[in-house]
Ligand binder design. Sequence first.
Ligand SMILES: Cc1ncc(COP(=O)(O)O)c(C=O)c1O
Length: 488
Amino acid sequence: MPLTANGAATAHSTLGADLHAAPEVHSAIDTLVAEVAARSARLTGARPPRAELKETYESFMKRAADVRGRALLYPYLGSGLGNGALVELMDGSVKWDMISGIGVHFFGHSDPENIRHSLAGALSDTVMEGNLQANFDHYQFGETLLSLAKRNSRLAHCYVSTSGAMANENAVKVCYQKHAPASRVIAFKDCFMGRSVTMSQIGDAAANRVGVPLSTQVDYMPFYDLVAAQRMGKKRYIDMAVWHLMQYIERYPKQHACFIFELIQGEGGFNVGDREWAEELMKCCKAHSIAVWDDEIQTFGRTEQMFAYEMFDLGQYVDVFCVGKMTQICATLFTPEYNPGPGLLSGTFTGGPALFATGTRVLERLRDGNFYGPDGAFARHHALFRQHAKALAAKHPEWFPPVTGPFGPAVDDIVGGVGGMMRFTPFGGNKDKINKACKTMFEEGVVAFYCGHGPYHLRMLPPLPVFKESDWPAVFQCIERGLARAAQ
Ligand SMILES: Cc1ncc(COP(=O)(O)O)c(C=O)c1O
């Protein structure tokens, strides 16, 4: 079977299809994959840096900082080899990668299938494909994604791109064109959308747009706050959210092109939305001709359903949708009504054959695995994560003081998130302490990160499909050592 989408080898096939189906090619790929696997298998657990590599590693770090113009946040330079959730760095250390490139390497490091499909893609005639000249693998990726998206939404078309920010740029243009001349957007407090000029304006973080001229008109809504909803009563809370939205709509009639929903906030703090709340806001958008744009660049694939809109049963409301990170290729999907006119979406390159082949395979693996649902692998991992984090808090209560905000408790629990989005909140969510914990945990063998804008949380996006349930104790031992040092 050919590994790329350019057709099967038959008596009537092309020379290109013959190449991809050739037994010699398959056997060469098998040899390479086996070679990687043999070395990868030697990485079996976290280990400290090797003293004899220290000097060279420091010189590589300095070269990297010189290129970047600033020191790297983590002293992370991969060696190019890993084994599932384990990654080897150039200093010979091995770490548990619990953030996976902020969610990109969902199938971990040195994954045999990813390597196999990258190699097959690399045999294509070009390194990049673009809007004008593409092979079918480009459309097969979109076809596969759409076949999954269509199961529970009206999304019908797909335009691919090379970053989440670009997928979002394409999405906002689609919304603007459909609702022209409406020029305002509605977004949630603490949202993150990427770092292009427009997206860093919509994203709710002042530090990410220092010096960027403000040309996009954004109205912010509060994100779902479970603690406040419990305090006020849920119905009253939702009524107030709709009332808040209506104020914007009445203040700027017919001027909003879209409302951007991140149903579970990523950078904003792994805050989980609520079905009824989101549905009432979406209904309000529909009634006032405002596009419902669902940004699933961080959530896709890792909640308890493949799509977060499926988890909340809100697919019928979604007009425009974005995906990225674990799909390797980013994409903007839209319903027939939002299909833009010619010229709005294009690009010299949209991705390369190795990425299309790997991205398509990622989608198939997500589809065919036993990952989703309340008893699926991701829900089981999430439950284990919670158990371990709570056990750590019970053992060291002094590391887990209450997390308070301006109106009392800021979170309902010290653990949060859903599926493969996992957060926990030591040190009362204090920014400096959480930053310090990221660094000490890194030194102790776990790569994690933070999220939130106050309270701050420790965040993990583990490579769940390749992470074993039996790996959790080893990861939490590293976390415990890291927190002990951060607590000092
Ligand atoms: C929700 C969301 N949207 C957009 C982006 C931007 O994606 P990229 O960094 O690939 O441009 C991110 C990245 O973290 C994200 O989490």
